[in-house]
Design a protein around this ligand. Sequence first.
Ligand code: GMT
Length: 373
Amino acid sequence: MKKIGITCYPTVGGSGIIATELGMMMARDGHEIHFITSSLPFRLNQVHPNIYYHEVELNHYPVFQYPPFDLALANKMAEVIDQEKLDILHVHYAMPHAICAILAKGIAKHDVKIVTTLHGTDITVLGIDHSLKKMIKYGIEQSDAVTAVSRSLVSQTHESVGADKAIRVIYNFVNEADYTKKSAHPIREQYGIEPDEKVIIHISNFRKVKRVQDVIYTFQQIQEKIKTKLLLVGDGPEYSDIYQLVSELGLSDHVLFLGKQKDVSGLLSISNLKLLMSEKESFGLVLLEAMSCEVPCIGTNTGGIPEVIKHEETGFIVEPGNTQQAAAYAINLLEDEKKLKQFSQKALAHTREHFYSTDIVNQYINLYDDLIH
Ligand code: GMT
């Protein structure tokens, strides 16, 4: 049994989900898990005797213009390392979590190993910001082990940050018990989707980098040929612009803006195809969620997406911005029931073969073992 501390952004999409699911699965396997975060991770939905939560408290002092959250986090990490005698402190994101962990390790008396998992945004966005580059490099180099969620992210980290460190690829995974196709799901009728209509889905945090406008332009071309509804799930900065675009293109009757939703697998279960047209994406966890629910995907040739979608087998890869190609692939697939079924089955098989949760969790446990012994 190992004692493992986990720090992640508790409210942020994929990285928060991976960190929390990893903790919950390891707790079930008998390890003692200590989440050290600013608030309860949003996916931490179960009481388990092996799971503990340590909240980072932030006091507001009139002398500081900004409350020093990172220092409060480092202090809490050092406390937990010593009190709980942690073997491993696993942080998700180099900035600021790896830096905080290294500081905490220096403060704490008990010896702990730091594992940092890179999820993308810290490298693809912050890594090219010169004001933070040296800090990210330091965080990576001083960690005892570093993992990244795709091969593409490893290359990008070496190129943009120049860190002199071996980085192990450990892919993301989904909780298969949650992400499974639910048959005869009633929400199809509840949303007024007609029996002869196909359903396309996009799920994201509507940041600029997700290029949701390309999802709309692709859908517009599909809609001209095939009776389809588009489900837009999630919320974020681009949401109102996308709403406006849909209305200007006269697509409002065909697009359902669903905002943030809890039962994502329920929505995936009524979908025939998923679109992810991002400009940058180190992995694209939503693709795995979709494929695990037997939904083929069309994604862009960027970052880790080509490592997740198998072109011509579980979906298609197009160049970023090429909505014509995306629409052509979609129409071809949606018109051919037999091919659609094959792609759905292959999507599920692909996730089980390459991204099976037990295998991925074991890869992390093996990494911890390498550090401890
Ligand atoms: O993409 C986001 O806006 C959220 C971000 C996060 O921290 O969850 O996603 C990153 O990590 C995910 C989990 O590893 C990956 O699936 C996403 O591809 C990655 N996002 C980017 O690289 C832009």
